[in-house]
Structure formats: structure tokens, C-alpha cells
Design a protein around this ligand. Structure first.
Ligand code: 13P
Ligand code: SF4
Length: 319
């Protein structure tokens, strides 16, 4: 089948099976085009929780599909490619983390949603890049906190809040590899551009950014900004939505430069890109691969995620 045939088959199967496709901003363009909802981790978790579809096809990575299953366990949750993992989730093994946590019994654990269900089950509150700062700020100043697994996001929150959270030593290899030097060269070439960066980037890069925020927050920032050019430091898949929403603006990445600019060639998450039209079609047709989880793990991992969603509502981050 060619791409057009695959697309019409996916749309047909989706209707026939009462399925919904949730897609992350880092997915391939053609998958974003077919998604019923596109969003950041926080919006997609919320959408998964409220979904009444019989089947949720999660076009993202494993921890996201797992979160959908935890929040809506009676639905069948499918992930087109089970190998779609995440370097952050992989950096934090449950046994190692449990041993680390045991050394600090007076600390609570805030975990970034980019972790396995086992880590969520060991956590008190989950956060995403869209709510992490506000959640941390809402806790008493003397509350001792372990933040896992992203040391860049945790370090950024420490720097803006003045906290001293203990950080697990994990990184998103895609964002961490982006270099401040590449951004500075782009700034010289585009002096009027605003630099927008994801908090998974390293601290040197965040230092030269004009705005730091989640994928959704970047879109909101562009909407409010009067700038015409933006240097974008995050995974390249977001450009699809940026160009769609703001066709008159120019988006510059370390990736799309022709000559002259040293490029770190890393702005693509190979995990996110594992999902393809062919795999999406096969997954809807076969209703597989499916996320299957132990009931006790679902219950234990659900508590800190629900706490995150409730806090996000109380703090006015989501409705
Ligand atoms: P957000 O969708 O929360 O911005 O996170 C980006 C990311 O890396 C997801 O894996
Ligand atoms: Fe994980 Fe980074 Fe890929 Fe997001 S971009 S899924 S954090 S490896």
C-alpha cells in the first residue's frame, strides 16, 4: 500500500473499531496529521484519562502509552512499536532507584513522567515539563525532595526556584546533546530571533535561551510573541505544529541549516520516529502490540499521576 492508501485504511479502521489516536508533537508529520489529539505529555495524559474510545492508539513512546493505560485501564491501549523507549526512562532502573530513595527517608519523590511505571510507583508526585516548576513551587520551602530521572529539568527547576532538590543522574540524550555553541552561532546569524528551548536541554544551552518551556509552552510563547524568527532547541517533530499554527513565522533549528553552522545532528528522537504509518496501520488492524500491565502496578503508579493532575488543576495549569 502507498501512503495515501495506508492513511485511508487507518481512518477506516479507526471508525470501525471506535479507536482514538493520541499523538505527541515529536511524531512523524504524517502521524500527527492522522492524530485525533496532538499534544505534550501533560495534555495527552489528560486526554487518555477522559477518553471513551474502545481503543487508544498511543503514537508516542512506551512510558506515555503506559501512562494512558494506568489512567484508563479498562481501555485497550496500543503502541505501534513496543521498542519506542526513552533514554530518561532507561536511565532509571527501579531497583537502583529504590536503593537510592532508601538513603533519604525524609525526602519526598517527584518524578518526571518520562519514567517507567515502576518508578512512578516509587514516587509521591509525577510532573511533566509543563507543570514541574509550579508543582515544586507549591510545596513548602523546607520540603526535602528527590527529583528523578532528568537532572537537566531538575537542575533548571532548582535554578529558578532556589531549591536544592536531590537529582537522579539521567538525561534525554536528544536534548542533552544540543550545544549552546550551535545556538550562539545561530544567534549571530539571526540576531532578531528569539531562542526557545526545552528544559531537557543542558544548563549551558538553557543559559542562552530567551524562553524555556515544554513543547506546548513554546507554542503559547510564539503565539504571544511579536518576533518573526525563532531558534528552536527541541526535537524537530514540533516544527510540524509550529509551521501549521504560525505559517508566517520562521523557525530555525540546529538541524535545518545549510552550511556554515556547526550542527550537532541530534535533534531527532529515534524512539519517537519508530512509529510509522505502516506500523500504525498494522497495529490498528491486529490490535497489537498492546500495553498489558499488572493490576497492582497500575494502582501504585496511578496515585502520583492522579495527584499531578489534581495539583495541575488546583494550580490553574489545566482545566
Ligand atoms: P513535553 O511533551 O512534556 O514537552 O516533553 C517532551 C518530551 O521529551 C517527551 O518525551
Ligand atoms: Fe525520551 Fe528525549 Fe525521546 Fe523525549 S525526546 S522520548 S525525553 S529520548
Amino acid at each position: 500500500m502507498n501512503n495515501e492508501q495506508l492513511k485511508s485504511e487507518i481512518i477506516r479502521l479507526k471508525k470501525e473499531k471506535n479507536a482514538v489516536i493520541l499523538g505527541h508533537y515529536y511524531q512523524r508529520d504524517e502521524i500527527q496529521e492522522l492524530s485525533d489529539y496532538i499534544g505534550d505529555s501533560l495534555a495527552l495524559a489528560q486526554e487518555a484519562q477522559r477518553s471513551e474510545a474502545d481503543i487508544i492508539v498511543f503514537c508516542g513512546v512506551h512510558f506515555m502509552a503506559e501512562t494512558a493505560k494506568i489512567l484508563n485501564p479498562t481501555r485497550k491501549v496500543l503502541l505501534p512499536d513496543m521498542a519506542a523507549s526513552c533514554s530518561l526512562a532507561e536511565s532509571c532502573a527501579a531497583s537502583d532507584f529504590a536503593a537510592f530513595k532508601a538513603q533519604y527517608p525524609d525526602h519526598i519523590v517527584i518524578s518526571y513522567i518520562n519514567c517507567t511505571a515502576e518508578i512512578k510507583a516509587l514516587s509521591d508526585i509525577i510532573c511533566t515539563s509543563g507543570n514541574a516548576e509550579k508543582i515544586v513551587r507549591s510545596l513548602p520551602a523546607d520540603q526535602k525532595i528527590i527529583f528523578a530521572p532528568d537532572k537537566n529539568l531538575g537542575g533548571y527547576i532548582n535554578s529558578v526556584t532556589g531549591r536544592n532538590m536531590l537529582l537522579w543522574n539521567g538525561v534525554c540524550t536528544v536534548h542533552d546533546a544540543m550545544q549552546a555553541e550551535s545556538i550562539l552561532k545561530l544567534k549571530l546569524r539571526y540576531p532578531k530571533a528569539s531562542v526557545i528551548a526545552h528544559p531537557e536541554c543542558n544548563s549551558a544551552l538553557l543559559h542562552v535561551a530567551d524562553f524555556v518551556g515544554s513543547t506546548k509552552a513554546m507554542l503559547t510563547y510564539i503565539a504571544k510573541s511579536e518576533k518573526k524568527q525563532f531558534i528552536v532547541a527541541t526535537e524537530g517533530g514540533i516544527l510540524y505544529e509550529m509551521k501549521k499554527q504560525f505559517p508566517e513565522r520562521e523557525f530555525i533549528t540546529v538541524e535545518n541549516q545549510e552550511g556554515g553552522v556547526e550542527c550537532c545532528s541530534c535533534a531527532e528522537c529515534h524512539h519517537m520516529k519508530l512509529n510509522t504509518l505502516e506500523k500504525l496501520y498494522a497495529c490498528l488492524r491486529d490490535e497489537s502490540p498492546e500495553i498489558v500491565m499488572d493490576k497492582a502496578l497500575i494502582e501504585a503508579a496511578k496515585k502520583p499521576i492522579v495527584r499531578m493532575l489534581e495539583m495541575s488543576k488546583q494550580l490553574g495549569i489545566i482545566k
